[in-house]
Ligand binder design. Sequence first.
Ligand code: FEO
Ligand code: CA
Ligand code: CA
Ligand code: CA
Length: 599
Amino acid sequence: GADRGASRGRPGFVPVAPNIDDVVTVPAGYDQRVVVRWGDPVVPGAPAFDFTAQTAEAQAKQFGYNADYVTFVKIDGRRGLLWVNHEYTNENLMFSGYTDGADADLEQIKIAMAAHGGSVVEVERVGRTGAWKLVTKGRRPFNRRITATTRMQLTGPAAGDRLLRTHADPRGTTVLGMLNNCSGGTTPWGTILTAEENFNQYFVGGEGVAEQAKPALKRYGIATSGDTRSHNRRFDRVDERFDLSKHPNEANRFGYIVEIDPFDASYVPRKRTMLGRFKHEAANTRTTTDGRVAVYMGDDERFDYIYKFVTAKKPRKGSRRHNDTLLDSGTLYVARLTGNSPAEEIDGSGALPFDGDFDGSGEWVRLCDSTRSYVKGFTVAEVLVHTRLAADAVGATKMDRPEDFEASPVTGKVYCALTNNSARTPEQADEPNPRAANKFGHILELTERRGDAGATSFGWKVPLVCGDPEDPATYYAGYDKSEVAAISSPDNLTFDRHGNLWISTDGQPGTIGTNDALHVMPVEGHARGALTTFATVPVEAECCGPFITPDQKTVFLAPQHPGEDGTVEAPTSTWPDGDFPRPAVVSIWHKGGKDIGSR
Ligand code: FEO
Ligand code: CA
Ligand code: CA
Ligand code: CA
């Protein structure tokens, strides 16, 4: 239409003011409603949720805890499917009197395991609006719960390797469950990619493994000395595979990108080893100039890396069998970024260098392809299972916690949220991570050579250095800072069809003192950098999702862990129902039926 384009100015909605209210706040003229929340029925036959009489059997059929990644696929004009990740559990809010995994009832541990994973739910449009509700009756053939015990297949070059073999799975090809799935993405062939992130926290017994296995466990944040059993959910008390002193390879079977077909409830989820093992935040695809598929991925840890995987083959329309093999062969790269300003101009204060931009060039350094390792001393399987160590060996660039990626549908430029890194010292400040003690995070814009997602080099810029705009160490692409909103800890990204970048946050309460939010920022034209706030989420909730439907009429948001610092006895949030907090997914729409972002 006439309004399509990359330089149309800032979206017209009336921005939402920063606040600490225990509600979802949307702009004037918009409305919101809960679509699905913790405990709602997913699998047909699921019992009604009863907070005071929870069972693992019921939870395995009901919507899980802590919704993070949300994506939507259309069935027809009125119905669609939501895929939602259940990243983790807040036992302090789920169970009355909960103290620690060591003291928990075994049934509570089983409930927590069943509340992890993901859900596929059928949703239906409310009237002719952009509001959606959960379908709770009928066959719902696609509805599905995936949990910490769902059988999955390990595929790709590392499957079957000695590093992945265990007592229960001597072939090293079958694993039960996925853990801490944070964000994700979709593929051009219609499947969902879901990313296992902080899987390290589920294991105990690291002190008991062989000395030579400890450095790799440590590099992934698994404790290998002292008391490894406190402050742990203690899944090992119901399934001993979580005790590394007995089953040291079990941790090697988590930390992957998992592929799921939302339209096949019997599909065995595939853990794709070819995409490496790290604290995967998300996996977002872009088609290369020659028709293959690139997957951009961040490893969410202070001083960890940005990765890209490029398939060897092209997708074939309609060939499910062929497309099911695409993520098992190709090339895995890690990013090395170089600034173009003299190092002494980057002093960690956030002050711009003389050339006026934090910018430079970068290369995608090959780690391995399906049959050949490019890292000295590492086999292909070792690169894929100990990916962090392989990337260390090639001198990849240490970033400030790389989270979500998203490519602009208008320009093809790729954006990455670097959420924060308060541990960076002034000496460690570099042009791509220019601020020491980076409490508020920044955004990286990456332009592949010749615009090709398959390229092995790129240019980059930092269009946004987050914080309070009155702080001189913030940067909004040169836009007038008296007209922009504060933002901290960017996490999840999406685009609208005009090419505006939507940024949701995880960490505003502890850094700028206001609830987490969904912001939007034009990245092209005269309004580049004009960041405003579209929505805020309840007290102590992280703002997950966001997903804008292709018709532009709805944005789905997932307020994750509302009231996370409270307890059942002393709640700090009662969203959404006024009694106890329940993580949920909401739909937001314009009451006049206009596109998301309109006034
Ligand atoms: Fe689960 Fe990196 O956020
Ligand atoms: Ca520069
Ligand atoms: Ca995240
Ligand atoms: Ca996060």
